[in-house]
Each structure stands twice: as C-alpha cells, then as structure tokens.
Design a protein around this ligand. Structure first.
Ligand SMILES: NC(=O)c1ccc[n+]([C@@H]2O[C@H](COP(=O)([O-])OP(=O)(O)OC[C@H]3O[C@@H](n4cnc5c(N)ncnc54)[C@H](OP(=O)(O)O)[C@@H]3O)[C@@H](O)[C@H]2O)c1
Length: 273
C-alpha cells in the first residue's frame, strides 16, 4: 500500500564519508537538500564536506555529525544533536555498515560488532529521531540492506554470535534484522513516515573490494536507487533491489518476529518498547 510522496528538504545520511553514502549525499546536495553527513570522526566528516563542496555543493547546506557506531553512547549523543539542531528531518538513510572481520569482534557495549554497527546503532538512532521524523510530514527512512539477508537467520537467543561466528552469517543476520525493522517502522510510523529497505546492487566500494574480485557497478547506480525510494511511490515497509520491489526473506512478513525484534532491540539499547 502506498502513502503520499514528498520531496526531501533535510536529509541525514549515515556513513557519508565514502562509498555509497558519500554518493547519496552528493546526489541529495545536487537536488538542493540540506544534508547532514554522518562520519565516524570529525576529520572524515570534514573531508567528505570539502569533497562535496569541491564538486559544487553549497557549504551552508551541509552539516557534519560524528559517532562511532561501535559505541551506542556516541550514537545517542549524535541523535540528540541532530534533533536539537534540526527541527525537521525529511529523510534518514541508514547506510553505515561493516562487513564483519574474519574473527568475532566485540564492541564497548559488549555486542558483536556487525550486529551493533549494521543494526542496533541504526535502530537506536531511528528511535531517538522518531519524534523529529514523525513531526515532519511525508518523512522517509531508507535502510540500506543487502540481498545477502535472504540467507540470514535471526539467532534469537544469540544475536551476538557468541556460540558460532562467521562474517557472512553475522552480516546476513544484521541485514535481515534491518529489514524486519523496516517493517516495524512501517507498522508504527503512521501515515506520514514511510520506510523501505534496499539492496543497492554489487557496487565498486571498499566493502566489496575486501571480499570479492568482482568489479562492482558504479556507486552512482546504487545512490540513484536510494534517491528513487526517497521520492517515488513505494510500498511502505517494502524490500527493493535497486528500484524494483523484490521478495525478501519470508521472516520479514512474519508480524510476530517483527514485533519480537523491536522489543528485543529496545531492551538491548535501553529504551521502552
Ligand atoms: N558495496 C556493495 O556492493 C554493497 C552491496 C550490498 C549492500 N551494501 C550496503 O551498502 C551500504 C554502504 O556500503 P559501501 O559499499 O558504501 O561500504 P563502505 O565504502 O565500506 O562504507 C561503509 C560506511 O559505513 C561506515 N562505518 C563503518 N563502520 C562504522 C562505525 N563503526 N561507525 C560509524 N560508521 C561506520 C564507514 O565509515 P569509515 O569510513 O569510518 O569506515 C563508511 O562510511 C552498507 O550498508 C552496505 O552493507 C553494499
């Protein structure tokens, strides 16, 4: 089912210092959006801002915020800053992610890093920006997922992969969780907050260079798909591959799992469900 479409005026893009996120920010800036660039550090954020300005973007429409998603305290601080500095938020692109390390790595919050950076951090960021998003008519969330989510399993009793770890399984689980979260946002967001998940394609970024020899498509194609979902008529809570609606892992259509994950995540980040 489609709700109304809306243009974006202010957008937050996570992981905007390189790869797909930087290109999404570039395309948004080219459409005269005010773009909040998230980066892990101020240095990386300022570098991205300069890069965009060199390419013709207006510096006064760009803003840098920082947080290491491996530290949920930093995510919360960043969300509070965005909410304080921007009364409205038309678009949130949850893009920042890692493709896990060969050996299991644990964050300061005691979570497996892939689960935290790719899922728990965007969950927390979105929840804390919920009032701002829902007060902005026609706002949207685009969650950057992956087709690899289809092979994923949610290990309800062990989301942090303490018993068994592989980088691919942890990545697939994190993206499956993000897709279920997209559904939950659609269910809870009311008429004025739309959400979609997107597999942006196999793109030529640092992420794939680390695990495949395939060249990957130009990053501009993935960014164009994200912008399409930010403006076009879309299925609220839907999963897309590029601009085409696609079949997700069947768990995404299981309401009780969607609800269960929302509640589990709330507990893990210390929020009310
Ligand atoms: N490339 C592909 O073929 C492909 C395919 C399917 C899905 N995707 C998805 O597309 C999105 C963008 O990926 P990409 O290909 O552009 O990868 P990328 O070039 O590696 O970019 C990932 C972004 O996430 C940020 N990030 C990673 N760990 C972080 C942390 N702890 N705290 C804050 N930020 C962190 C990175 O920041 P740093 O620069 O500080 O590391 C970077 O800005 C991801 O969600 C990915 O899963 C990509």
């Amino acid at each position: 089912m489609s709700k109304k479409t809306a243009p974006f005026r202010t957008a937050l893009v996570t992981g905007a210092d390189g790869g797909l996120g930087l290109e999404v920010a570039r395309q948004l800036a080219a459409q005269r959006a005010r773009v909040i660039l998230h980066a892990r550090t101020a240095e990386l954020g300022e570098r991205a801002l300069k890069n965009l300005v060199t390419g013709g973007a207006q510096a006064e429409r760009l803003f840098v915020v920082t947080a290491d998603f491996a530290d949920l305290g930093q995510v919360a601080r960043m969300a509070r800053q965005v909410a304080a500095d921007h009364a409205k938020l038309d678009l949130l692109v949850n893009n920042a992610a890692v493709f896990g390390s060969p050996t299991r790595t644990v964050t300061a919050d005691d979570h497996e890093i892939t689960f935290q950076v790719n899922y728990l951090a965007p969950y927390l960021l979105t929840r804390l920006l919920w009032p701002t998003l829902t007060m902005t008519p026609g706002s949207r969330i685009v969650n950057v997922s992956s087709a690899l989510h289809r092979g994923g399993r949610l290990h309800w009793g062990d989301v942090d992969s303490t018993k068994r770890y592989s980088a691919v399984a942890a990545y697939a689980q994190s993206k499956l969780a993000l897709n279920l979260f997209t559904k939950a946002v659609a269910e809870r967001g009311g008429a004025d907050l739309l959400a979609a998940s997107v597999h942006p394609g196999l793109l030529a970024t640092d992420m794939i260079r680390n695990y495949t020899r395939e060249a990957g498509r130009p990053v501009s194609e993935g960014a164009a798909a994200v912008l399409h979902l930010a403006t076009a008529q879309i299925e609220d809570g839907g999963y897309y591959e590029g601009v085409a609606a696609s079949l997700p892992n069947t768990l995404m259509n299981d309401h009780s799992s969607v609800d269960r994950l929302w509640k589990l995540s709330a507990r893990l980040v210390g929020l009310a469900a």
